[in-house]
Ligand binder design. Structure first.
Ligand SMILES: Cc1cc2nc3c(=O)[nH]c(=O)nc-3n(C[C@H](O)[C@H](O)[C@H](O)COP(=O)(O)OP(=O)(O)OC[C@H]3O[C@@H](n4cnc5c(N)ncnc54)[C@H](O)[C@@H]3O)c2cc1C
Length: 402
């Protein structure tokens, strides 16, 4: 009898787990996600700034699942409960049994409740519809500047980004680069869009190496971004950000990327969690003998016990491990513990510029770093696209309703 593997979440972790499990003919795989698409969050900065289009950041999951040689079932539904005692998951429409379960539900923006007004007035980018709303708003401001007559009084718009981690920095840089590059075509009025990058830490990109921080800082400054560190946001209202030190910033749009909180599912699992709601699995990424958790929704550590950053890279590696552990379990073999590593980090800094570090020793910046980052993201995208095309062709050939 085939083993039923259920995977909740079609993000970087969920899809990578399937890539590693789908050729195993002992398994029957079902993927659950509330959305019909895989959202490439790592490319959100380019989508918001208008560099990428919708098809660059959203890929159809039905077509992708059909792209495998062996069937992978996609269920577009939100999972509402995990009943580990009877090995079932519940969705809005029914109950689905499993032999192995991988929870890969990712995380969402943490609009800290102690910052009054943040959830009401801030945009997040962890969901496609939120990125889309910000893209539309940004485009509307650019449009307004195109239309601005010389006789009109100049009007400065402040675009605020709360959180100078990887995502905040990349979004700020890409928007600033668009404004800078397009001043030629849009005109001088484009310069009246000011980008403000705000963080409560003493530095941008807290936790990253001095090399990355220094060169990112230089690049952001050269793009005209106003960087504000040690800045604690106390309250946000419809037009003003109020800081703890009494200062204020009047803003037009605000994105918040300052923290995440895990997407957890109600369950009868005896699963501990950390302060940002991430599941705390054992050394083999299990919450129960046949329940694994991977990606942003899990607290993952390296061999020395240090927390790993919630990145696509970590999500993929942990998913590969869960797939390996399931294979070993079915074969009755022991598993080695999960040992996460960070191979490198590349920060896209607007246009054809990036800063990166590989294995802690290779350091690159500028166009070369941009090319390396592009190779990484493009190969990920092309891998998905190949499967998507195969799936689409198969569905068309069999006459399945698209
Ligand atoms: C702007 C930006 C830039 C970034 N840049 C980088 C980068 O350069 N490099 C890098 O490595 N990382 C980067 N990241 C981080 C990276 O995107 C995340 O770490 C990664 O998406 C985590 O993958 P995941 O599979 O764990 O979760 P996600 O990709 O968030 O996927 C989770 C999935 O689970 C689904 N889901 C959740 N709950 C349920 C439920 N109850 N039922 C059904 N489905 C559910 C969601 O719909 C979603 O599809 C960036 C993030 C952002 C926002």
């Amino acid at each position: 009898m085939k083993k039923q593997v259920a995977i909740i979440g079609a993000g970087y972790a969920g899809l990578r787990a399937i890539e590693h499990l789908a050729s195993d003919d002992r398994l029957c795989i079902t993927l659950f996600d509330e959305n019909p698409y895989h959202y490439l969050q790592t490319e959100a900065y380019g989508y918001i700034a208008g560099r990428f289009d919708l098809h660059d950041v959203a890929l159809d999951l039905k077509n992708w699942c059909h792209g495998f040689k062996r069937p992978v079932t996609f269920v577009q539904e939100r999972v509402t409960y995990i009943r580990s005692r009877t090995q079932e998951i519940e969705t809005e429409s029914g109950t689905h049994p499993y032999d192995y379960l991988i929870i890969a539900t990712g995380a969402r923006t943490n609009f800290f409740s102690f910052i009054e007004g943040l959830d009401r007035y801030g945009f997040g980018v962890k969901k496609l519809f939120r990125s889309h709303r910000f893209r539309t708003a940004f485009e509307a401001l650019l449009y307004e500047k195109v239309e601005q007559r010389p006789s009109e009084a100049s009007r400065v718009y402040n675009l605020a980004i709360g959180g100078a981690g990887l995502s905040g920095v990349e979004i700020a840089a890409e928007m600033a680069d668009v404004i800078k590059r397009h001043t030629k075509s849009i005109g001088e009025a484009a310069k009246e869009l000011h980008i403000h990058l705000i963080d409560a830490s003493a530095t941008i990109l807290p936790g990253m190496s001095d090399y990355i921080i220094t060169h990112t800082d230089k690049r952001l400054t050269s793009l005209g971004i106003h960087i504000r560190t040690n800045a604690f946001i106390e309250r946000v209202d419809a037009s003003t950000i109020h800081f703890k030190d009494g200062s204020r910033l009047d803003y037009t749009f605000m994105i918040f990327t300052g923290g995440i909180i895990a997407n957890r599912i109600d369950s009868d699992l005896d699963a501990a969690s950390n302060r940002i709601g991430q599941y705390a699995p054992d050394a083999t990424l299990r919450l129960a003998p046949n329940v694994f958790t991977v990606g942003d929704c899990a607290e993952l550590k390296d061999a020395s016990g240090k927390l790993l950053p919630p990145t696509a890279q970590t999500a993929e590696r942990s998913a590969e491990y869960a797939a390996y552990a399931i294979g070993q379990d079915i074969a009755g073999r022991a598993v080695r513990p999960y040992r996460g590593t960070v191979d490198g980090v590349f920060v896209a800094l607007g246009g054809r510029y990036a800063v990166g570090e590989l294995f802690g020793v290779i350091r690159v910046r500028g166009y070369l770093a941009y090319l390396l980052k592009k190779v990484i993201t493009k190969s990920y995208y092309l891998g998905l696209k190949l499967r998507l095309n195969t799936g689409f062709k198969k569905r068309t050939a069999t006459g399945e309703a698209l």
